[in-house]
Design a protein around this ligand. Structure first.
Ligand SMILES: Cc1cc2nc3c(=O)[nH]c(=O)nc-3n(C[C@H](O)[C@H](O)[C@H](O)COP(=O)(O)OP(=O)(O)OC[C@H]3O[C@@H](n4cnc5c(N)ncnc54)[C@H](O)[C@@H]3O)c2cc1C
Length: 415
């Protein structure tokens, strides 16, 4: 089959790698362009969890009630940089509007429509990349530090079960301690999702996927891209530091940096970032058996190949502010409260979740340049939703009927 120009995918995080693998299967030549090492962006340092249960957005009605405490307290899962606040007000305003009950419910439903496919789609790509050895299938445990926080989260547990049929088994303290002796005595309530799985190393998984893409004839180029514009005939011109590229279609999968390509030849979209952190305890990878969610503290404890990673929290401070040591102390302190025998910490990391104010990704064609496809904004769920996003992008690119109704993910919702 002869093709005029390749499809260019911008960004080799989990989302771009998944898109590249799927697009390649359509028979089109595909070029994946990344300015760094594949998987070194936000994909590198996350909490590693394929969170099929993740249909509850941060946009929650009760957030409005707790907002003053969250904003003013320092030892909290959510923090805001006061110097960035004025820049962020339009985003924040839209974000808060989407905390209203009917919005929040609609977000959950839209996320659930993707999450229903998440495990199968992710697994299929991980297997295709011959990287099943990076999967850990111990399941996911969530524990609450008080009876009140457990009670307050009950509606969300019910919604998860209702929308996704997740098999969440509720646990009392004795049962939690049996599953995770290292937590002993500290968490009176919790639930386990036994079918859950996580990755031992998300960056390595992404690299394996990109290697597979290259083995199957795809091209990986290292370049820092800065502009997409209409080229001659129906083609697009993508310009970078090293070269310009002609493309039949372009997929923007540049995570939190996707906004760089917007507002010029493409429509403006309110993409910002929810920053998150991790702290690694290199000697404690064997201390726990499951990924453990600490909803009250706002992060996960993850047993990994190279230690125990405590990863999560949200900081609203934009893409350019340096790492905030207070956030790292918060995570380390809370992790030590949960697991008092934790040893030394080593690496710390700051990452940038790409987030639109309605906590839904943008997956679909640009309104301005129809052969540009958006695939970004996966906030807390990019690792989980990479696989299904790749499939949807390939369906969009070829005009095949989409596996999921794409209306909630259309960029037109921000007009
Ligand atoms: C603390 C934390 C915990 C998390 N835990 C989980 C979890 O357990 N489960 C889950 O599903 N999700 C989780 N997430 C979210 C998840 O990590 C992200 O949604 C996901 O990594 C986004 O993937 P991406 O491919 O869109 O972006 P990225 O991984 O950031 O990839 C984008 C790539 O584009 C490249 N790029 C950007 N601009 C350009 C340019 N101009 N030219 C060329 N290349 C460019 C970047 O270098 C980067 O490699 C977590 C996030 C954080 C911060």
């Amino acid at each position: 089959m002869e093709h005029s120009a390749p499809i260019v995918v911008i960004g080799a995080g989990i989302v771009g790698a998944s898109c590249a693998l799927h697009l390649q299967r359509t028979g089109c030549p595909v070029i994946l362009i990344e300015r760094n090492t594949p998987g070194a962006g936000t994909t590198y340092g996350n909490a590693c969890t394929i969170a099929r249960f993740g249909c509850i957005p941060i946009n929650q009605p009760q957030l409005l009630r707790h907002l003053p405490r969250l904003l003013l307290g320092r030892r909290q899962p959510l923090s805001v940089s006061w110097s960035y606040l004025p820049t962020m007000i339009p985003w924040l305003w839209q974000f808060l509007r989407h905390c209203r009950p009917h919005h929040s419910r609609a977000i959950s439903q839209a996320l659930a429509s993707l999450l229903r496919h998440a495990e199968d789609e992710a697994l299929e790509l991980f297997r295709a990349a011959r990287a099943e050895h990076l999967l850990a299938r111990q399941g996911f445990l969530s524990v609450y530090s008080t009876a009140l926080s457990y009670q307050n989260d009950q509606t969300n547990r019910q919604l998860r079960q209702q929308l996704l049929g997740n098999d969440l088994v509720e646990l009392e303290q004795g049962e939690i301690d049996e599953l995770e002796p290292a937590l002993a005595g500290r968490f009176p309530h919790g639930y386990v999702y036994s079918q859950g799985f996580h990755l031992m190393d998300p960056q390595q998984m992404t690299q394996k996927m990109v290697e597979q893409f290259c083995r199957d004839g795809g091209t990986l180029i290292c370049d820092d891209l800065h502009r997409i514009e209409q080229g001659s005939k129906d083609q697009l011109k993508v310009s970078g530091e090293q070269a310009s590229y002609t493309a039949s279609q372009v997929v923007i999968a540049a995570g939190a940096w996707s906004g760089h390509f917007l507002g010029d030849t493409l429509e403006s979209l309110p993409l910002d970032t929810e920053r998150g952190y991790h702290v690694l305890f290199p000697d404690d990878g064997q201390m726990i058996n499951h990924v453990i969610g600490l909803p009250d503290a706002g992060f996960f404890l993850v047993p990994m190949a190279h230690g125990l990673r405590a990863a999560g929290t949200v900081e609203l401070a934009g893409l350019n502010a340096p790492s905030n040591p207070e956030r790292i102390h918060y995570i380390e302190g809370q992790a030590r409260l949960a697991l008092p025998t934790l040893g030394r910490s080593s690496d710390t990391w700051l990452g940038f979740r790409p987030t639109l104010p309605d906590s839904l990704p943008v997956i679909g064609r640009s309104r301005h340049l129809r052969n540009v496809i958006f695939a970004f904004g996966h906030h807390h769920l990019g690792l989980t939703l990479g696989g299904i996003t790749g499939r949807l992008v390939s369906e969009i690119a070829t005009g095949a009927p989409p596996s999921v109704d794409l209306t909630p993910f259309d960029s037109a919702r921000f007009r």
